[in-house]
Design a protein around this ligand. Structure first.
Ligand SMILES: Cc1ncc(COP(=O)(O)O)c(C=O)c1O
Ligand SMILES: Nc1ccccc1C(=O)C[C@H](N)C(=O)O
Length: 395
């Protein structure tokens, strides 16, 4: 059994708050602060340029990628770190598109995160392809013969709705299309199984449920059947087969290494590597069970105590990720009042209160506190208090 009391103790959680925003930025693992301090004191300062080899900076995008692989149902040497998630989306979709010459349609849904849609749209315009965006429930029926790439975020950042990765991937494969899965709201939150779902490409960030810190690097995974065939569009020198030969011609490195672009963010990778230590000994089925327990308790609690909000997430946990969103016409003001009372979630336009439940550090006390505080804020109308608004406008 995973010891979640121990994983909670691994984080610095400021006194007096219930932090339900780990789905946007995970809290700081105490070991990350120490690791970065040590990296500065022992590596950068003393080794200087020698750190690339002596301290393993050069291979870190892969060694850290191997640690992420276990958390997303991938194998060793299949994941590489670097850049931002938006860049990794571009790399995955562009490589998938090149693997399907003659097909021009990229399909996504309106629940996707805007950056993914913007990036795919920009790419489509540049190469004469078409981005088609349908409602989340219409994705399966929009998978038609001319499809090149199905690009989806598994868990919707607003509603928490979870797509069926295995079923939609199978459907895409039936028509000869490839899949790109964005795991931003899945990695570290669910028992993701990329190989089991037979996905083609996956990308994700590490500053949410993986707790790598603000600006932590993103990851990209390619199924081994495509890894040596996928042609990078961003032909950066660190994805070259022999970067230090400084050839004038680009030749992609073997496998996933080709998805490296330029110099890795070594300090950020040190923090992320320490954050991943917390995952040692965490079983993904325990993680999922705890996530369901927390979200179920929150939905039941708010359902009973907060009649003024409406559930905006699927009621069935099988169709949901690790967050719950609620709707209220004055959601922004309600969230400001909640934050002032020490319950930190976030607001998403136009009327969504969003609460992330990160199994590594959230517990049933957080759920209870959030339910009670929300019920009180809604009951006593403090969110609607003019004095409160004047105060929150300046703080
Ligand atoms: C699903 C999803 N995709 C993409 C992004 C953008 O990632 P980045 O800012 O790291 O490029 C986010 C969050 O910011 C996200 O939630
Ligand atoms: N990277 C950020 C930087 C600043 C503020 C928020 C973010 C988020 O990650 C938002 C998140 N993608 C979301 O699902 O809302």
């Amino acid at each position: 059994m995973t010891d979640f009391a121990a994983t909670r103790r691994a984080f610095h959680l400021p006194q007096g708050i219930a932090y339900l925003d780990g789905n946007s930025l995970g809290p700081m693992p105490v070991a990350a602060r120490d690791r970065v301090a040590r990296m500065m004191a022992e590596e950068w300062s003393e080794m200087l340029i020698g750190g690339w080899n002596k301290a393993g900076w050069y291979v870190q995008p892969r060694t850290v990628g191997d640690r992420i692989a276990r958390l997303i149902g991938a194998g060793p040497e299949q994941v590489v770190m670097g850049d931002t998630l938006s860049i990794k989306v571009f790399q995955a979709v562009s490589a998938a598109l090149r693997l399907r010459p003659g097909r021009r349609v990229i399909l996504s849904d309106s629940g996707n995160f805007p950056s993914d849609l913007y990036v795919a749209d920009g790419l489509a315009r540049a190469v004469g392809a078409e981005l088609r965006v349908v409602a989340p429930d219409d994705v399966a029926s929009a998978i038609t013969d001319n499809l090149a790439v199905l690009m989806l975020t598994e868990v919707d950042y607003r509603t928490g709705r979870r797509h069926d990765m295995a079923a939609l991937t199978a459907r895409a494969h039936e028509v000869g299309a490839l899949t790109v899965w964005d795991l931003a709201h899945s990695a570290g939150a669910l028992d993701v199984d990329l190989l089991g779902a037979d996905a083609d490409f996956a990308v994700g960030c590490t500053y949410k449920y993986l707790n790598g810190g603000p600006g932590a690097p993103a990851f990209i995974w390619i199924h081994p059947r495509h890894a040596d065939a996928a042609q990078p569009i961003l032909q950066g020198w660190m994805g070259h087969d022999a970067p230090f030969a400084f050839d004038l011609d680009y030749r992609p490195a073997a496998g996933i290494e080709r998805m490296r672009v330029g110099t890795p963010p070594v300090i950020a990778l040190a923090a992320l590597d320490a954050a991943l230590d917390v995952w040692d000994g965490v079983s993904l089925s325990d993680l999922r069970a705890r996530s369901v327990q927390l979200t179920e308790a929150f939905i039941a609690g708010t359902g009973a105590a907060c009649p003024d909000v409406a559930l905006n997430s699927p009621r069935d946990p099988a169709l949901r990720g690790s967050q719950v969103s609620l709707r209220h016409p004055q959601a922004y003001a309600v969230m400001q009042a909640l934050i002032a009372a020490g319950v930190i979630g976030d607001f998403r336009a136009p009327d969504v209160l969003r609460f992330g439940f990160a199994p590594l550090f959230n517990d049933l006390d957080d759920v209870e506190r959030a339910v009670e505080t929300l019920a009180r804020v809604l009951r006593d109308g403090s969110w609607n208090d003019e004095a409160f608004h004047r105060m929150s406008a300046v703080t």
